[in-house]
Ligand binder design. Structure first.
Ligand code: SF4
Length: 749
């Protein structure tokens, strides 16, 4: 429906996923207040929005269930607990007093902070600074640990730097072949599919997924190929593909000699996985492995001769495993042996959360400081200490990663507390999204203090001692960084409900009460200026970025180093020897929608980010994994088109909820017969962790040894009731995608 002529227009970006589709909000005050959303011209979405984006404005304003005042938990004479409304003064005074008391009894690390990849860069940055400066705790991590950590770890080790896509998304348009592993983009970020059209028309879209997902179905009719390994079989599949490429001479020997170290080590480890051996471990036939390897290899050979580029992309389906880092490493290694990155295509990981990229750069990760700096590097600590106005030794060391933080919080040993006693949660619904949610809920309830900042009473907020109502995406200004490493402006379009506050204000107020009276600005533009200084000469360098550049229509990709930030000259020697050089010759280069480009849209053209400029390969040896027992199936999880993350937002949008209101379990008809399940009936899925009750959906496109449920639902419908606390040893990514379970019929949900 067209907006009235008196509508006010605001350009911004979607609040949900990392594609960060551009949208125009048309706001009318009279005769009826209203907001319409339209997709805008932008390289990633080209005017399109998915169902989530087009309904995003329905959550703005003073809906009946929007939190509009702080809430404090009270206990009545019968022991029943309920919330009462409180003023901001009372809520913040109470939090500060409890934090002081807990830290004085148990030490500074008794307080933990849990952040999010959905917060703006400014809030993420301020959260990390608040934890380390105002609270003095090392115990901070965030939900990106569950999302991006294994691909980030692998990229950092192999390339020397972690940027999800080290090239603009629009580079995919020209591809002849795209190998897409573990990502159902057609449901999770539908406008992305436009960028797969080039590969589809050339018959070169190869989708690896245990389900015939909506994306896998895009390979039909000659558009490509669908490969369906067992969940967790991806690592061996990648090694087997590499084995064939080495054996049959598809690798780029010149590229390996000049730009890569360790190729022989990788080759020797891949040699252990010839297709016939890999068949049993992957569930993919040896002939199909050879066929896909040859298709990929010949496409890469053509690309080297001047043909169209080849890309390898991974998503959470192959990364959220207890060998997720090795799997991402193997995918990057495959791209390198074919000579793709920086030359004839490349490797990228498709970040999921809206600010999944910026969220992991700004210092809320337990082992990082802003700019992707290392918290253990004396040089990095000194730089950040200078920006924060503290002594380097005042910055705590590394904390523990998210799963360990959540699985130990509130617990005791005979020697005292085993984990944090208080937790502040911002932008995350861990009671639904963390592995083994029963344990997480138990631990949340055992804390001495739980504070949750949210705009709705999420399942985690419902457990809190204090709930703080905060602002949503279109109610405040800020910046986000998309999956391409591109900085974006998020703009305030509407007034928030009067009782809500920005997290920046909350950090400043709490810091003042905790005795850190300065250093916490409530103005996002000022915080961004501080980010520029904090990231100067860091791997993720924003120092030459500015809101003015963005508002003037420039497309800014990091690293975009400045020689001078706010009058302070950044010495050339401070730029690490291995840092990628800013791309030269950008003058005149435009995005596909005509924006001038600044910064570094394409990386690794000349060198990788290790000091010698080479990428680093190494041997990859899969660890033995127990096969499911005869009465067990492999349970895997993922997303639906209509819902985002824990569903805290999208379950509240009637048009989205109506499409998929309840949790389902997708089962192959043959498996259903074996276990006595009926279509549209109900099933209990269970293991030692817990039990999930779900509606049964038949799907002949899923492997018969695998069942699938979406993870957007709460309570007895939470898929993470079944996932365990197993984590990847390198990244501490939890195992979300391969869990042994049993299934049996149930009479109702
Ligand atoms: Fe675009 Fe993702 Fe928003 Fe959908 S959810 S409109 S794909 S940014």
């Amino acid at each position: 429906m067209p907006a009235p002529a008196n509508a006010r227009e605001v350009s911004t970006h979607c609040p949900y996923c990392a594609l960060q589709c551009a949208m125009t909000l048309q706001i009318t005050e009279a005769p009826e207040p209203g907001i319409t959303v339209e997709g805008a011209r932008f390289p990633t979405n080209r005017g399109r929005l998915c169902r989530k984006g087009s309904t995003a404005a329905e959550l703005l304003g003073s809906r009946t269930d929007r939190l509009r005042t702080p809430l404090i938990k009270q206990t009545d004479d019968d022991g029943a607990r309920s919330f009462r409304e409180a003023s901001w003064e009372e809520a913040l005074d109470l939090i500060a007093e409890r934090l002081r008391s807990i830290q004085s009894a148990h030490g500074r690390d008794a307080v933990g902070v849990f952040g999010s990849g959905s917060l703006t860069n400014e809030k993420t940055y301020a959260l990390g600074k608040f934890a380390r400066v105002a609270l003095g705790t090392s115990q901070i991590d965030y939900n990106g640990r569950f999302c991006m950590s294994s691909a980030a770890k692998a990229s950092t080790e192999v390339f020397g730097l972690d940027r999800g896509l080290p090239f603009p998304l629009t580079d995919l348009d020209a591809a002849c072949t795209v190998l897409l592993l573990g990502s159902n983009v057609a449901d999770t970020m539908p406008p992305f599919v436009q960028h797969l059209e080039g590969a589809r028309t050339k018959g070169g879209l190869i989708v690896v997924d245990p389900r015939s997902s909506t994306t896998a179905q895009l390979t039909a009719d000659g558009a490509g190929f669908h490969v369906a390994p067992t969940p967790g079989g991806d690592l061996v599949l990648l090694l087997a593909l590499a084995n064939v490429l080495f054996e049959e001479g598809y690798t780029d020997q010149d590229y390996l000699a000049q730009r890569v170290r360790g190729a022989d080590d990788f080759r020797r480890s891949a040699a252990a996985w010839w297709p016939e051996r890999a068949q049993a471990a992957t569930g993919v036939g040896a002939d199909q492995i050879r066929f896909i390897a040859r298709r990929l290899g010949s496409a890469a050979v053509e690309a080297r001769r001047g043909g169209d580029p080849v890309f390898i992309l991974t998503g959470r389906g192959v990364e959220q495993h207890r060998d997720g880092t090795d799997t991402a490493r193997a995918a990057i290694s495959l791209a390198l042996i074919l000579g793709l990155p920086g030359a004839h295509g490349g490797y990228g990981t498709l970040t999921g959360q809206g600010n999944g990229q910026g969220g992991r750069e700004m210092g809320q990760k337990s082992d990082q400081l802003p700019g992707l700096r290392s918290i253990t590097s004396p040089t990095d600590r000194a730089h950040i200490a200078g920006v924060w106005g503290v002594a380097p030794e005042a910055i705590p060391g590394p904390g523990i990663p998210a799963t360990q933080l959540l699985h130990t919080m509130g617990t005791q040993t005979e020697h005292g507390p085993a984990g944090v006693r208080a937790l502040l949660v911002h932008g995350s619904n861990v009671a639904v999204s963390a592995p083994d949610t029963s344990r997480v809920l138990r631990n949340l309830r055992a804390l001495d203090l739980l504070v949750v900042a949210d705009f709705f009473l999420s399942e985690t907020a419902a457990e809190a001692d204090v709930v703080l109502p905060v602002l949503q995406w279109a109610e405040e200004d800020g910046t986000m960084t998309s999956l391409e490493g591109r900085l974006l402006r998020r703009r305030r379009a509407v007034d928030p409900p009067p009782g809500c506050r920005s997290e920046l204000w909350i950090f400043a107020e709490l810091a003042r009460r905790l005795g850190t009276p300065t250093g916490f600005s409530t103005d996002p533009a000022e915080v961004f200026e501080e980010i520029r200084r904090a990231t100067a000469s860091a791997p993720a360098d924003y120092s030459a970025m500015s809101w003015e550049l963005l508002d003037a229509g420039h497309a800014g990709y990091w690293p975009h180093p400045a020689t001078e930030v706010q009058g302070v000259r950044v010495p050339a020697a401070a730029i690490p020897a291995g840092a990628p050089a800013p791309r030269e010759g950008l003058a005149g280069e435009l995005t596909s929608t005509g924006e001038p480009i600044v910064g570094t849209p394409r990386m690794f053209g000349e060198r990788f980010a290790h000091p010698d400029g080479r990428a680093v390969l190494r041997a990859i040896r899969p660890r033995a994994q127990a096969a499911p027992r005869a009465d067990e199936l492999t349970f895997t999880t993922g997303r639906l088109m209509e819902h985002y993350q824990s569903g805290n937002q999208t379950r509240r949008v009637p048009a989205l909820d109506a499409v998929h209101p309840k949790v389902t379990v997708q089962v192959h008809p043959a498996t259903a017969r074996q276990f006595g399940l009926v279509e549209n009936g109900f099933a209990v899925v269970e293991n030692a962790q817990g039990a999930l009750t779900a509606k049964v959906v038949f799907d002949a496109g899923i492997r018969a040894d695998t069942i699938f449920s979406p993870f957007h639902f709460a309570g007895r419908s939470a898929a993470n009731l079944l996932t365990r606390g197993l984590t990847d040893p390198d990244s501490k990514m939890p195992e979300f995608k391969s869990t042994p379970v049993r299934i049996r019929p149930a009479t109702s949900l």
